[in-house]
Write a protein that binds this ligand. Structure first.
Ligand SMILES: Cc1cc2nc3c(=O)[nH]c(=O)nc-3n(C[C@H](O)[C@H](O)[C@H](O)COP(=O)(O)O)c2cc1C
Length: 174
């Protein structure tokens, strides 16, 4: 019998939700909104994928993952994140995952996020605009790849369905 997957997301503006939907469709997985989710809802799934955006280096889905790791040490847990962090910076990404989820063994995949100032609640819009305008003031040679990605994606922000392909392949091969 094929393995049963659950995909759980916490999404403020829809990016992680959209990736979770694409992933659930590709895997034939059951999809859950993590807000209000109970651990008992995940009991029957041997493999669970959790996803959220990244907010000032924090992952809103991290506390759910910690609960799942403690309640179900035998399950396979996988994380995906949506954010403006440069995909090519693997070292930065590994640090981010470890600092949010110390000691929890899991695979992690990062997808390009989107940021839409029109839809953002005021507090987030203020923080995002402050971050972007601070970056714009930096001399261009001092900008890291992460900074450039944040500035650039802040002005566009299309999600790409094919981004989930490596995660689908990894799940199918386990
Ligand atoms: C206030 C704020 C802080 C953010 N901080 C980060 C960050 O530290 N790193 C990052 O990669 N993306 C950051 N982002 C971008 C979000 O992760 C991105 O917009 C993501 O697509 C949001 O996913 P969601 O809509 O599913 O919540 C930030 C966005 C906002 C609004």
């Amino acid at each position: 019998m094929p393995e049963k997957f659950a995909v759980v997301y916490i999404s403020r503006y829809g990016a992680a939700k959209q990736y979770a939907q694409w992933l659930a469709q590709a895997m034939g997985a059951d999809l859950f909104d993590g807000d209000g989710l109970h651990m008992k809802d995940l009991k029957e799934y041997p493999s669970i994928v959790f996803g959220s955006g990244v907010y000032a280096g924090r992952l809103p889905v991290a506390s759910l993952i910690r609960k799942a790791a403690s309640a179900f040490p035998e399950k396979k847990l996988t994380l995906f994140t949506a954010g403006l962090t440069d995909l090519s910076n693997a070292e930065y990404y590994q640090k981010l995952v470890k600092s949010n989820l110390p000691g929890i063994p899991l695979r992690a995949f990062h997808f390009p996020g989107k940021i839409n100032a029109q839809k953002m609640k005021l507090f987030h819009r203020i923080i995002a605009n402050l971050m972007i305008s601070a970056l714009r003031k930096k001399p261009s040679e001092q900008l890291t790849d992460n900074d450039r990605a944040f500035i650039k994606t802040g002005e566009s922000g299309q999600l790409d369905r094919s981004a989930v392909t490596p995660l689908v392949a990894a799940l199918q091969n386990t």
